[in-house]
Design a protein around this ligand. Structure first.
Ligand code: SF4
Length: 363
């Protein structure tokens, strides 16, 4: 058996660690690129959302490279995600591929379901070994997210642009190589220290911009055209609402951590939207209310035709909280130049707004 899976941000590092520790053969498709997008678009229904197309492209590339078992998250959500795995399996079989499709309904079976799945894929490894491998994988996830938060802070004010991004890439490689908890802890501390040592301009008070919206496009840099890096280059400190480690806690261990971030956003959204509308639509509304007074603006990422984010986008103008929101829509037609122009104009607006508000406060 050779397992393969579609990409989502840096989650490859976690799956690689898990399967390496348990001796499972794996085939890792190339990172998302034009080719995977073209493959996905070619074989997907035209109207389906971008994450479906990109993940299908990854699956085709993984199978072409020799993978024979696809791991895909599944569930019974309110949006199309609930149908992804079934429809993708059908498309791949129609294309003539022979493979096993292994899905885990993460939202229903939580950590026990994941442990069962991993044990099965490893050919029955002892439970203690499975748990240790999962523990290391989850710790890697948290370490990457902690380092990325530091990267967001430094990127906005570093004197030589690009250092924080380079260090982040090196940190991911170091975390990938870490084979145990102590090696991982060392790698994390080392890169946090290096980031704290980057030369920064302390006189700058960077704009703080929240990046939120649909889970996949927020977390997959190819799908959002590196929006966080681009904001950092413009001197903006990104405050991202979603991290895979948060999501994992929510999805796999719900209720074990008290009130979750998700629950906070749901409560904030209540005056405008009282129920889940699928995907991350409810959270997107809550984010606007929650952060109106702590951030200078919000970038709302939404895949074209994403029903939950369309609902959220249409509610946002009626929210009383006064914060500018730039919605960026991702699909296969997206162009970097157009996105950069909109980002530059948005950041310019936020600067003027802040200056006007400071002048008003002084006058
Ligand atoms: S949240 Fe939107 S983009 Fe994501 S799977 Fe659902 S419909 Fe598609």
């Amino acid at each position: 058996m050779k397992v393969t899976w579609p990409h989502l941000g840096h989650s490859d590092i976690v799956l690689k660690s898990l399967f390496r520790d348990l001796g499972v053969d794996m085939v890792i498709a190339p990172p998302n690129n034009k080719h995977s997008l073209t493959l996905g678009v070619k074989h997907s229904p035209e109207f389906v959302c971008l994450p479906f197309k990109l993940t299908l492209g990854n699956m085709i590339e993984g199978l072409e490279l020799g993978g024979d078992t696809i791991i895909m998250a599944a569930g019974s959500g309110l949006c199309r995600f609930g149908y992804y795995a079934k429809v993708q399996e059908r498309i791949l079989r129609d294309l003539g591929y022979e493979f096993d499709m292994v899905t885990t309904a993460l939202f229903e079976s939580k950590i026990v379901g994941v442990a069962r799945l991993v044990k099965r894929l490893s050919g029955g490894a002892p439970l203690s070994k499975v748990i240790a491998a999962i523990r290391l994988g989850l710790a890697k996830l948290s370490a990457m997210d902690d380092i990325e938060r530091a990267v967001h802070r430094v990127r906005a004010i570093e004197i030589n642009k690009g250092i924080a991004t380079k260090l982040f890439q090196e940190a991911i490689n170091a975390i990938d190589y870490a084979s145990d908890m102590s090696g991982l802890k060392k790698a994390k501390m080392d890169y946090i220290a290096q980031l704290n040592d980057v030369a920064v301009d302390t006189k700058i008070d960077p704009l703080k911009v929240g990046v939120m919206g649909e889970f996949y496009v927020v977390l997959e840099p190819f799908a959002n055209m590196d929006v966080e890096i681009e904001l950092g280059k413009l001197g903006v400190e990104v405050k991202r609402s979603l991290f895979v480690s948060h999501w994992t806690k929510f999805s796999l261990f719900l209720n074990a951590f008290g009130v979750t971030e998700k629950e906070k956003t749901h409560r904030a959204a209540m005056p405008y939207l009282k129920r889940d509308v699928g995907g991350d639509g409810w959270e997107s509304v809550g984010e606007v209310v929650l952060h109106a007074h702590s951030y200078n603006g919000l970038v709302h990422l939404s895949p074209f035709t994403c029903m939950p984010e369309i609902i959220a986008q249409n509610i946002m103008p009626s929210i009383k909280a006064d914060i500018p929101v730039l919605t960026l829509i991702s699909d296969e037609q997206m162009g970097r130049a157009g996105m950069l122009t909109r980002l530059e104009a948005f950041v310019d607006l936020l600067h003027r707004r802040r200056s006007a508000s400071l002048a008003g406060a002084l006058g």
